[in-house]
Ligand binder design. Structure first.
Ligand code: AMP
Ligand code: GLY
Length: 426
């Protein structure tokens, strides 16, 4: 089977790495890919949002299965475009991708189908939004409606921050049309969990649990990022909580999307806050989480080609998902300054020594080749991922690998996995 993976991050490297282990995978292409992906697939220089060029390539190469990594092409309707041309593609249609691309749609959907989420109001006028927050007596979260690369959410613990967020989105138009509407919602307190499931439109096949580390610095301090590390499983997700998440969030969402006439095929990712043992939806994403995909796919024993193929052909009940019982931990190594300004083009040393360690995979995100050298080419640069016999072992091995890798200005969190460790020992 000829496969095309779309994207260029650690998530896509992990997807390509896992697909390549399948006896059913023939030639694998990745658009545009990165230096790590280029070692195991043929990278083609087409941007993720150049839908006509991607379709022309897939048609010319007679690609049998397309796997979409990031949200942008899904929100733009890549699945609709490819399906119209008869190309099998894993991901939701544009209408179903609204669960991620419009936070207003997501919140109203949750309200309609009684899926637990924070109380909220929707505003289009700054005056009304300002009047609302001035009357509110509790901390709020202000969210731009559309895609804003994770920057459109402002947790406002005081009135000044809330007012500033409203002005930035609705008056200064910092996020352009993505900020035509805002949501103002109650701030929830608890622990965040990422819960993903694959669906063929009807069946819901849950993945193992995982947890991200969104804040830039140790102790969950500093600005939010795309994710600075992740582990799987998440010990907070007990069997009881797992059942609640499936019954109250995942299954009603897939059912609700059928009722809405926009049945969901692809990967559904619920960003959850666990508040006193109860799951509350913070957001939905319609694609694998990054970095969560890295530890998850290292633990997946089932053939990923089988899983994705059965999802796009409506046969998901035929595949059981099997997992390596060992936990996996991924530490993201980033460019100094990320998520703010950072420099590119720094020479990266030590990846081979790190990769030689047992049960370690170094997934690339922002890397490229410059002559013979491997250099940094983005904010998040590498996802150093390790399996261990227990959480402590996985953490130790991931950081042993990290310690072998260096470049000028490298930045990473030193506390990835500590929350899981505390719970395991609690
Ligand atoms: P979102 O993109 O909606 O998931 O928001 C990004 C991040 O903002 C989340 O991962 C949380 O850390 C935080 N956040 C969003 N909504 C809330 C909320 N209602 N209460 C507390 N934190 C939130
Ligand atoms: N790691 C969070 C995300 O993929 O959105």
């Amino acid at each position: 089977m000829k496969i095309l993976v779309i994207g260029s991050g650690g998530r896509e490297h992990a997807i390509v790495w896992k697909l390549k282990q399948s006896p059913k995978a023939g030639k694998i292409y990745c658009a545009p890919g990165n230096a790590g992906i280029a070692q195991m697939a043929t990278c083609v220089d087409i941007a993720v949002d150049d839908l006509p060029a991607l379709l022309a390539f897939a048609t010319k190469e007679k690609i049998n299965l397309v796997v979409v990594g990031p949200e942008k092409p899904l929100a733009d309707g890549i699945v609709d475009t490819f399906k119209r041309s008869g190309v099998k593609i894993f991901g939701p249609t544009k209408e179903a991708a609204l669960l991620e691309s419009s936070k207003v749609y997501c919140k109203e959907f949750c309200r309609s189908y009684q899926i637990p989420t924070a109380d909220f109001e929707i505003f289009t006028e700054a005056d009304e939004a300002l009047a609302y927050v001035r009357k509110a007596s509790r901390p709020l979260v202000i969210k731009a409606d559309g895609l804003a690369s994770g920057k459109g959410v402002i947790v406002a613990n005081d009135l000044a921050t809330a007012e500033d967020a409203i002005r930035r989105i609705l008056v200064d138009r910092e996020f352009g049309a993505a900020g035509n509407k805002i949501i103002i919602e109650e701030k929830l307190v608890g622990e965040e969990v990422s819960f993903m499931a694959i669906s063929d439109g009807n069946h819901v096949l849950p993945l193992a649990s995982s947890q991200d580390h969104k804040a830039a610095y140790d102790g969950d301090q500093g600005p939010n990022t795309g994710g600075m590390g992740a582990y799987s499983p998440a010990p907070i997700v007990t069997n009881g909580l797992y059942d609640k998440i499936m019954e109250r969030v995942m299954v009603p969402t897939i059912r609700g999307m059928v009722t809405e006439g926009r049945s969901f095929t692809g990967l559904l990712y619920a960003g959850l806050m666990i508040c006193k043992g109860e799951p509350q939806v913070l957001e939905f994403n319609v694609r694998f989480g990054d970095p969560e995909a890295q530890p998850l796919l290292m633990r997946l024993s089932t053939d990923l080609v089988d899983v994705l193929w059965n999802a796009v052909t409506g046969n998901l009940e035929k595949v059981p998902l099997l997992w390596d019982a060992r936990p996996a931990v991924c530490v993201v190594m980033a460019s100094g300054g990320y998520p703010g300004d950072y420099e590119k083009g720094k020479s990266i040393k030590g990846i081979e020594e790190a990769s030689d360690l047992p049960d370690v995979q170094v997934f690339h995100s922002g890397t490229k080749r410059a002559g013979d050298a491997l250099v940094t080419d983005g904010g998040r640069v590498l996802g150093v991922t390790a399996l261990g016999k227990d959480v402590a072992g996985a953490i130790e091995m991931a950081y042993a690998a990290v310690s072998k890798i260096s470049w000028d200005g490298v930045q990473y969190r030193k506390d990835i996995g500590q929350k899981a460790l505390r719970r395991t020992h609690a």
